[in-house]
Design a protein around this ligand. Structure first.
Ligand SMILES: [Zn+2]
Length: 380
């Protein structure tokens, strides 16, 4: 079984929120340092040496990183102030994402959460801008002024770009919040806002293609295309999630779970497990029982590290994920919630327990099938 994996470096915790730097973020960091040191600063500030330009570039990139972090922290703190749980802040190649454990309670709540980020970036732009102006007018500390000037522009652009009203950008969230408040229908608001987000993503991709084919700006062109593709994917994902949520509304786990569960006794050898269960049932994970008691789950991922020669000697209980570490559902849980949890934990099947007893199992495929049937019948 897998637990949620964050691909990157766990940097620090701020008020219980884990800050994660995705490996892809280093690409943007190097790109910023390089373009600052080799092109931007030498053009704007002429009289310095190469090491000085590189130092300025590194300082600018680090402060840009802190600016993006401040933007995401602002979203997170407002969300936490409303009683929501923020799991992590993740910085990656296109900026930052704050992962929140649930949806905001109302349009008004979401409005404030979404606005906090761009407002922070705008405030930072003003602060860096003032520093720049004061130093520039006094003619002091020219390199510091140059870095401040760059950060004022970058934060201003960050605020501006994020305020574009296409979901999942902040501006799109603000739009969704307003529509949600007006229509009192989150699904409909999400659909509209993500449609606009999708449209905006297409504009970015087109713009990137124009840059790529008609100008010399190769990097910028590719950049816009990738950002556009990324946004398009998120917008389409949000749209589908909204449709799915609507279809699964009011459906409980007990209605979609399989009750005749194929389970494995915990003393079964791995050989038997493969031969009599995995091959026969074409499933990749099984609940494990000790007589009637649910004691864990065993999956192919648990068996894989064990050398094949040992399969006859090892038993399921030696490799299984013990019950206390298994994520499970209850019969009364919401189907949408079940799907969300399975996707987050990256598992295909989740056991359903009632008072510690195994009563069924839910697979992602079951949920998606139900969705397909409903949409084939025109019920969504
Ligand atoms: Zn934001």
């Amino acid at each position: 079984m897998y637990t949620m994996q964050l691909r990157g470096i766990n940097l620090l915790k701020i008020r219980g929120v884990q800050v994660v730097i995705d490996y892809s973020w280093f690409v943007i960091f190097l790109l910023v340092v390089f373009s600052m040191a080799e092109s931007y600063f030498p053009r704007t500030e002429k009289s310095y040496s190469t090491p000085e330009y590189w130092l300025m570039g590194i300082v600018a990139a680090l402060l840009l990183f802190l600016s993006v972090l401040a933007h995401e922290l602002a979203h997170s703190l407002v969300a936490m102030g409303q009683g929501m749980r923020v799991l992590s802040i993740r910085l990656f190649i296109f900026g930052g994402v704050a992962q929140v454990s649930s949806e905001p309670r109302s349009g008004r709540h979401e409005f404030l959460i979404a606005l906090a980020g761009p407002a922070t970036s705008m405030a930072l732009a003003c602060i860096f801008g003032s520093v720049y102006l004061v130093l520039w007018m006094g003619g002091w500390l020219r390199p510091v002024a140059a870095v401040a000037g760059y950060l004022a522009t970058a934060n201003g652009l960050l605020a501006f770009f994020n305020m574009i009203p296409g979901f999942p950008l902040d501006g799109g969230r603000i739009l969704r919040a307003i529509l949600w408040d007006r229509w009192n229908d989150l699904t409909r608001a999400t659909k509209t806002a993500s449609r606009i987000g999708n449209g905006f993503a297409l504009v970015l991709i087109l713009f990137g293609a124009v840059l790529l084919f008609f100008t010399q700006a190769l990097v910028a062109g590719l950049w816009f295309i990738f950002i556009g593709l990324f946004m398009k994917q998120s917008a389409v994902g949000s749209y589908q999630a909204a449709v799915l949520k609507e279809a699964l509304k009011g459906v409980q786990v007990r209605q979609i779970m399989t009750e005749n569960v194929v389970s494995v006794d915990w003393l079964t050898s791995l050989d038997e497990l493969i031969r009599d269960y995995v091959y026969r049932h074409h499933l990749s994970s099984f609940p494990v029982l000790d007589r009637e008691e649910f004691v864990g789950m065993v999956s192919l991922a648990d068996i894989r590290p064990v050398p094949k020669e040992l399969w006859g000697f090892k038993q399921v209980r030696d490799v299984m994920t013990a019950a206390d570490r298994v994520l499970s559902l209850r019969p009364g849980d919401d189907a949408t919630e079940a799907l969300t949890r399975m996707v987050a934990a990256d598992v295909g099947r989740m056991p359903v327990l009632e008072d510690g007893r195994l009563v069924g199992i839910v697979s992602r495929r079951d949920i998606m099938n139900l969705f397909k049937i409903k949409s084939d019948l025109g019920l969504t």
